[in-house]
Each structure stands twice: as structure tokens, then as C-alpha cells.
Write a protein that binds this ligand. Structure first.
Ligand SMILES: Cc1ncc(COP(=O)(O)O)c(C=O)c1O
Length: 326
């Protein structure tokens, strides 16, 4: 296992949470309307004319004008024509540092030539898809299995959302249990069953409009970082069909915006073993980013199933996968 990790000192979760609480208790200062207006006029009004024109057009055929939440922007989304390493360039020729990196998956930077050349070669020889098998599929699976300690087998899927859905099925089949438990506030894609308790811990079904309540009959949440809260749910589930899986974002819910203690994941693993549930590490954000061995390598935990997102294809869209023990 590659034991180099991108985290040198793990934070003190209680101290960070206190800082967050202190910050939230501060009064909210809004930007002065004149200052905002000047910025809108000076920057967006003068330098982003072509973006505005295109987004106005796009709004007539795309809801909101963009295809991904990350692309929303005030006063209007920008249109990007070039991405290179750490730089982005918009349609008006403005240059930006790319702190977003596609929301995570382009860990090598945007459009690295080593990856691009391989992709072009593949397109030249096979096109985008044959529906059959290519040697790269084996090579990728081998690389994942060799890198991530708990993964003996790896299956490619279309997205992180889809991989989480697959994990629920595998967990129910493997354990014969019914319930699925997740950390409040965590995001595991937008499938119906996992739309529970998203963004705000304790929010249950209230953030997922359009999902009938009965679909949450076997989904529960527990309070972030709170092992007692998890154990209460697991204990209760023993009388209502048992727990098939506990889903974890290993650095804390919502990409780690609510910090958790270093020992928390090990505690979750222990409880999963005690109550016969599979432990599912959702490494969409952490996989190959915290290190080649993922968050599980960093925390020294051996999940039963691991979820991967677009990082698996270096940021090329429509990719995800599930890995697990044989
Ligand atoms: C932790 C986590 N799980 C799952 C997903 C869903 O992945 P996808 O957008 O590929 O469906 C995301 C997406 O941001 C995520 O951050």
C-alpha cells in the first residue's frame, strides 16, 4: 500500500466545530449594494459579454442555463472554452485560477497531456464505446485493486450516484437485512433512497422534494460524528429487519464541511461488525485524493464496499465504480 497521504496533521474536530459555531453566531454583514453593482458592471458587464449572451440563449433550452450545479454563478454563469492544468479561460478570453478542479476529480489538473493522448488514441482506435471489453478495463480494475487495501474486486459504473445504488443492493443481498443508515447531512448522490437527511443533519425527508415518503421506510440517518447516535439506530433496526449498510463520507458529511474525529471511522467499523451491517465508504471525494489508498488507507479502516466517482476516469464525465471484498 502506498502510505503517502495528502493530510499531514489531522484537525482537532472539536476545535474546528467550535470555530464554526463562533463564526455562525456572528452578525451577518451583507455586501453593500453599490459595491456589488459596481463589481457587476465593471467586471461582468464589461468583461463577460459573450458569456452573458450565450447563457441567455442556453436558458431557453436548459433549465437554469447550465448542466451542473457547480456551474451556477452570480450574476450569471460563465462559459469556459479552455482548461489547462491549474488555469481556466472563458469565452471572453478572461483567465482564472481553477480552485474548483471540476469539484474534485481532476486530481492531475485539467486536461493533462499524458491522459489526453491516451484518450485520443483510444478514440482513434475504438471510438467512445463498443459495449464489449477493452484491456484498459482490466488495467483500471487492477490498478484500483492494487491501490485500495479493502478492494479485491472492482466494477465500473456510470456515476457515484449509481455506485451508491448498487452498494445498497449488494448490501441487502449479502446481509439479508433491510435498512440503510447514513450520516445526517452526507451526500451519496441523488437516488431516491439516499435523498434522506441531505445537506442538513436531522432534516430527514424535507430536502428531497418529489420522493414519496414510503421510499424512506428503510433509510435512517444518525448525527454526524456521534457513535452513540449511530448505535441507537442500529439497535432499533434489529427489530425492523436489521441494517444492511452504513454509508459514510469518511472525512465527514458534505465533503467534510462538518468535521469528525480521527477515531470516528474506526468506531463506525466496530459498530458495523457488532450489528452485522456492511460498512460502505463513499470515497467519491477522497478516493485517490487523500492518497492512492484513499481515506480508508489514511484512517486504517477496512470497509466492505467502496464507492468511487469521476476520479476513476480522471474527470472524464459519466464515471463511477464500486469496489469490495470478494
Ligand atoms: C460523497 C459523494 N458521493 C456521491 C456523489 C455522487 O456522485 P455523482 O455526481 O457521480 O453521481 C457525490 C457527488 O458529488 C459525492 O460528493
Amino acid at each position: 500500500m502506498d502510505t503517502r497521504f495528502a493530510i499531514t496533521n489531522y484537525h482537532d474536530a472539536a476545535a474546528v466545530t467550535k470555530q464554526l459555531d463562533d463564526l455562525i453566531s456572528q452578525p451577518i454583514y451583507t455586501i453593500k449594494p453599490e459595491a456589488l453593482k459596481a463589481y457587476e458592471e465593471e467586471y461582468y458587464g464589461k468583461k463577460c459579454v459573450k458569456s452573458k449572451e450565450m447563457i441567455d440563449e442556453a436558458k431557453t433550452v436548459i433549465p437554469g442555463g447550465v448542466q451542473h450545479n457547480l456551474a451556477f454563478n452570480y450574476p450569471f454563469p460563465l462559459v469556459f472554452t479552455k482548461a489547462d492544468g491549474m488555469m481556466l479561460y472563458d469565452i471572453d478570453g478572461n483567465e482564472y485560477f481553477d480552485f474548483l478542479q471540476a469539484g474534485g476529480p481532476t486530481v492531475l489538473g485539467s486536461n493533462p497531456p499524458e491522459v489526453r493522448e491516451q484518450v485520443i488514441d483510444l478514440l482513434n482506435t475504438c471510438g467512445p464505446s463498443t459495449g464489449l471489453f477493452h484491456e484498459f478495463e482490466y488495467k483500471l480494475a487492477k490498478k484500483v485493486v492494487d491501490s485500495v487495501p479493502s478492494v479485491d474486486m472492482f466494477r465500473m459504473l456510470g456515476s457515484g450516484t449509481e455506485a451508491c445504488m448498487a452498494a445498497i443492493r449488494v448490501a441487502r443481498l449479502a446481509t439479508k437485512n433491510k435498512n440503510v443508515v447514513k450520516m445526517g447531512g452526507a451526500y451519496h448522490g441523488w437516488s431516491d433512497q439516499l435523498g434522506y437527511g441531505i445537506r442538513v443533519p436531522g432534516s430527514k425527508f424535507t430536502q428531497s422534494h418529489g420522493v414519496p415518503l414510503y421510499l424512506y421506510k428503510h433509510t435512517q440517518e444518525f448525527f454526524p460524528g456521534d457513535l452513540d447516535s449511530l448505535e441507537r439506530v442500529l439497535r432499533r433496526n434489529q427489530f425492523t429487519g436489521g441494517t444492511a449498510a452504513v454509508f459514510i463520507e469518511p472525512i465527514g458529511p458534505e465533503s467534510g464541511t462538518r468535521p469528525i474525529d480521527y477515531d470516528f471511522n474506526k468506531g463506525v467499523e466496530r459498530l458495523c461488525r457488532k450489528y452485522g451491517a456492511l460498512l460502505v465508504f463513499d470515497e467519491v471525494v477522497t478516493g485517490f485524493r487523500i492518497g492512492m489508498a484513499g481515506a480508508q488507507g489514511y484512517f486504517g479502516v477496512s470497509p466492505d464496499l467502496t464507492i468511487f466517482g469521476k476520479v476513476i476516469a480522471g474527470g472524464y464525465p459519466g464515471a463511477g465504480g464500486i469496489g469490495g471484498k470478494k
